[in-house]
Design a protein around this ligand. Sequence first.
Ligand code: NAD
Ligand code: ZN
Length: 256
Amino acid sequence: MSDQDNLLDQAKDLAARAERVAVLSGAGISAESGLPTFRTSQSGLWEQFDPETLATPQAWEKDHQMVWAWYLWRNSLVRDVAPNEAHKALGDWEKYAHVAVTTQNVDDLHERGGSTAVQHVHGTLFNFICSRCRKQYPEQVELPTEEVLRAEPPACPHCGSPIRPDIVWFGEQLPKEPWNNGVIAAQTCDIYLVVGTSAVVQPAATLPRIAQQSGAKVIEINPKRTPESSLCDVSLRMSATEALPILLEARAATRL
Ligand code: NAD
Ligand code: ZN
């Protein structure tokens, strides 16, 4: 039996017994739906731009029309893809255990995969707020029919300032409520699954440590080693769509 087979057995055993499951997900879980992670290249018009530069308050100050067009493009990428077997396994898992998802992703694939308790600690692509008065923008946002490098965002109905995506840009504070719920989930789970995140973006990367200190077993699912790997109780070198259905199956089988 290889080390990885042995580790998978350990993870299945932990999953089978867990009544409360908490998950930290990152861009890797959506990669198999066809959404690029930040560290894989952008495509089309956006190939030449660095996402880590665009997703910043500074970029917005300098050229809000460009940042707006980039988000419209990302928004349309998400609308064109479907949740994969990993998102769906987490949704189905709710039939067998309490499942709390904390995601760094700004897509809605967990929700479309059936998860009902999802905390977006970095915001979502589908909510918009005023860049000045921060009020929610209540209208639908029209997507352009072709890729554009600049677009003027709608004006806030209250103060006339441009609206922006309700996303946490580099250097901005995390929203309190999703973060607090993510901490509570980490403190109260039996197993903590770290799926498809390079675990380098703080403070989300501290959640697995909180879970471990509170007595949970931490299982990492990532085809590549990360700075988190050696700290996890079980680190699986598997993709999210391979590993999560197997762990769910182990849990489902214990109830028969
Ligand atoms: P990241 O790009 O830093 O890391 C992605 C990780 O996923 C890598 O460690 C990679 O090895 C792993 N991975 C790749 N394919 C995988 C698979 N099939 N199964 C499991 N793991 C896989 O992403 P991050 O850790 O989420 O952090 C970067 C930031 O990028 C976050 O703040 C997030 O908000 C943002 N982001 C979000 C999306 C999205 O919403 N889908 C997309 C791009 C970036
Ligand atoms: Zn306003």
